[in-house]
Design a protein around this ligand. Structure first.
Ligand SMILES: NC(=O)c1ccc[n+]([C@@H]2O[C@H](COP(=O)([O-])OP(=O)(O)OC[C@H]3O[C@@H](n4cnc5c(N)ncnc54)[C@H](OP(=O)(O)O)[C@@H]3O)[C@@H](O)[C@H]2O)c1
Length: 345
């Protein structure tokens, strides 16, 4: 059998489209890629001539791998069915991330966790993903005790509908027209900052996005003792999440040593010369694979704390790229087998 048969579920969305591109660009050893989306898109022809399929018991048979980015309810229903049919599922939604049988993996941080997979592997939340790529080398060196995080999250993190809403509102306001009632968010996003990224569950004073940042960070870094404070803010940026992170360590860590560790860390690029106005910006990192770190400095309020500015493309490293890197790691470690699943036909 030459290569894997790969399903991409949510293939018409922002993350799914990028997963298709990255599988091709990175020459993932696939013998066939089959795109899936909702009933609305069945029959649509995508770039490269791939035709969108609908999810049903027959169409999901015979896959070795299934990359999902179609929301939590689709993953809840269909990921186990793909796994039962013999595929290893890599899921971008939050549905399986805290499930103890499901490894939650960032390719540069904890790929060894893949060995315990039982058919489903979870891709972390985008803000958590980019942050832990930068924090893992600091944690290994000095042990993180506490994090205080403020995010500045792009609208692409909400989905393509939110991107259109920001553009429509901006266009209307610049032409002195009234905007349509907000739909993707509780308030107008254009020319605004919303301290409300994610959703408030009944009775919770944190959003689910903030809870993900807290819980997933501890799980990926393998340290439940890390204390995490998080405020997630949605800003009118099209793509690329920015994060101001205060990192308090157990052992002393100088800004110079942190800069050195980050410069040598896989998947990280240091951009840190504030006197030349050089620091990572969302508009520059959009379309780039790496996680960028700048403004590395001592917190004047604490002798064992540093302040960092971490920026990455939330659709790339925050979602599609890490999913494809997990597929590559499963392949490299012999944790997925081509042709193991019974054939569809
Ligand atoms: N955006 C990010 O930065 C980011 C980061 C990490 C994780 N994620 C996760 O990735 C997923 C997708 O995000 P996105 O930004 O790509 O969203 P999106 O652009 O809105 O795309 C959603 C995709 O899901 C498909 N879909 C919706 N309902 C479906 C159903 N019932 N059955 C099958 N397919 C269905 C859509 O198909 P149609 O075109 O037919 O509607 C589309 O392909 C979400 O779970 C999100 O939480 C996103």
């Amino acid at each position: 059998m030459n290569g894997y048969r790969v399903a991409v579920v949510g293939a018409t969305g922002q993350v799914g489209t990028l997963m298709l591109t990255l599988l091709r660009e990175r020459a993932f050893p696939a013998r066939e890629i089959v795109p899936f989306a909702s009933a609305r898109s069945v029959g649509r022809e995508l770039e490269g001539g791939l035709v969108v399929q609908g999810l049903d018991e027959e169409s999901i048979q015979g896959f070795d791998l299934a990359l999902f980015s179609a929301g939590g309810s689709t993953s809840g229903e269909w990921a186990p069915r793909f796994a039962d049919a013999g595929a290893v599922v890599i899921d971008n939604s939050s549905r399986w991330r805290m499930h103890e049988d499901v490894p939650l993996v960032v390719s540069e941080v904890n790929p060894e966790a893949l060995a315990g997979h039982r058919g489903i592997v979870a891709n972390p939340n985008c803000s958590t993903m980019q942050m832990v790529v930068a924090l893992a080398p600091l944690h290994r060196e000095a042990g993180i005790e506490r994090l205080v995080i403020s995010t500045y999250q792009a609208v692409s993190g909400t989905g393509k509908r939110a991107v259109e809403e920001l553009l429509d509102q901006s266009h209307a306001l610049l032409h002195q027209r009234d905007i349509a009632p907000p739909d993707a968010y509780a308030h107008q996003i254009a020319f605004n900052a919303l301290p409300h990224a994610g959703l408030f569950a009944a009775g919770d004073d944190h959003t689910d996005e903030e809870r993900k940042l807290i819980n997933e960070t501890r799980r990926i870094l393998g340290d439940q003792a890390i204390r995490v404070s998080a405020t997630c803010v949605r800003v009118p940026v099209l793509n690329g999440h920015s994060e101001a992170v205060n990192v308090q360590t157990r052992r002393n860590l100088s800004p110079e040593r942190a800069r050195e560790l980050l410069a040598g860390a896989p998947g990280v690029s240091v951009l840190d010369d504030p006197s030349a106005a050089l620091y990572p910006l969302a508009i520059d990192v959009s379309g780039r694979d790496e996680v960028f770190v700048g403004r590395i400095r001592r917190d004047p309020g604490h002798e064992r704390a540093l302040d960092l500015w971490i920026v990455a493309d939330n659709l790339r490293k925050g979602a599609a790229l890490n999913a494809v890197q997990i597929a590559e790691a499963l392949h490299g470690r012999g944790l997925v087998q081509a042709g193991r699943a019974p054939s569809a036909a």
